[in-house]
Design a protein. Sequence first.
Length: 608
Amino acid sequence: MDFANQIILVSAALITFSIFAGALSSRIGAPLLLVFLAFGMLVGEEGPGGIVFNDFRLAYLAGSFALAIILFDGGLRTSRNALARAWAPAGALATIGVLLTAAITGVAAKFLLGIGWVEAFLLGAIVGSTDAAAVFLLLHQRGLRLRARVSATLEVESAINDPMAIFLTLALVGIAVEGVQLDSVGAVIGEIGNFLWQLVGGVIFGLAGGWFVVRAINRLQLSPGLYPIMAGALALLVFALTQSAGASGYVAIFLIGFTVGNTPHRATSEISRFTDGMAWLAQICMFLMLGLLVTPSSLLPILLPAIAVAVVLFFVARPIAVWLCLKPLKFAPNETLFISWLGLRGSVAVFLAVIPVFAGVEGASTLFSVAYVIVLVSLVAQGWTIALTARWTDVELPPRPTAKRGVELDLPAGKGKSVVAYTVDPMSILVLRRMKRLPLPEGTTVISVMRAGVARTEGLHEGLEAGDVVLLLINVDAVPALDRLFGARKSRSAEKEGKIVDFVIDGHTSAAAVANMYSLAFTPEERELTLEEFMRSRLGREIKTGARTRVGSVDLVAVQVTDGEVHQVGLDLDPPPEKTLLGQLQTRFRAGVETLRDLFLADASRPS
């Protein structure tokens, strides 16, 4: 009993102190994962804590479990649009990119560390993939907002590149231990088939498992607290079955989370909150455990060569691989540069470095120590400079306004609806623009407005005031737009023109429908057009992404343009002022027309 109590005491104390240390470290901008890793080293065998932990098999088991939970949570938070936008570049980076990175890093390791070719390429495979835990956490740690394609590429790449790294690691471990020779066409085809099955099998198990999890959530009547537990347990069950079938359980569990997160069901809020907390716990435990595994004295003999390998990885191998993969996909040079630099290494590299140790590969302890140093250098150099690099490469977008959102209630299964309560911020666009009609996303219904302790259900067209509590019936995918609408809007002087829109609408939507929804002053002729046709009539045929035109006091922005056709149009409800005198006069004239029209409609609606 004393031993069990001591284990509980030590575990709880480590997690608690790690959280407090992470909270303090945020003031100096230190990456939280680095803090957890360093804290694990401090309480280890050679640190003040004196805890002895050298069970690599247990570390592998716990790391697999933790990484699966992290990827499940990452899938939940990856939108369908992000995956559609990033599947091509992320797929190239997750396969060809990992292979090129491992090969170049392996060549450098051969000469810098003085090890054999197999061991050198094994090290390249171990550190060849980016880390999902590090990428997901560091991209969102301080609310950093990047260009959509850049952010989606990084997140999806980190989630799906593990199969290639695992395949290369296991193959090279087999060669190092058993002397496997790929000296026949059949052997080569077999290895390629094994890799393809890992990817394809992971996709099949993931999509089927995601469908099953959603169906179970919608069909079973359970206590609300049981839904996230059931979803997590089923996801881990599919993960284990996929691994047993020789496919990639990591791809599968990411796709399960993606399917659950992008399909309407009755437990959206409960599952999201639960998995967020579990993912944090998994990251803390995994990085603490990896910190306990290493002894600082073992790092000193290989410190300088390991740093040299890290420099080659970050400044040569990763940039070359990213450039070759993204060049055909027409990524801008600044986007390519940022993606190259943000090739974060984390727990996956240390986790893979454990495999050669318990497989008995000669010199495995050196490989583990070198991988550990590379992870430390990555978290310090890349993790600490992520925000600075985003600004320097001009891929950072202004932060979205954050709203004070109250309780969120999921409605019955399959409806895709929620009830949320918002408090109107004094600096929100709803107050600043004094709109007569509320510019709410399509499918949103105002249930009531609480003002001065009184619930109002009539006269809502008159607008809102600061401090109003608004109860809304919404589509679940409208939350980000409502957060921007009800949250505090920063001044335009602090933002870059053309970088922000409040709503995105399909380009084939009729101008009349948008005019009715957002009270825009289209002429009768313009109301007959689609938004795409209207923008062509205003801007000509050569429309580029980011082009905008003003309607009254609102800007229409070309968000997605393909082959000259505007597929998505954004609404900027708080646009920058017109730069020319003529533009300013036109804006004021249109605003005056809107005001007169509103007055006329108000008089016409009054009973005689």
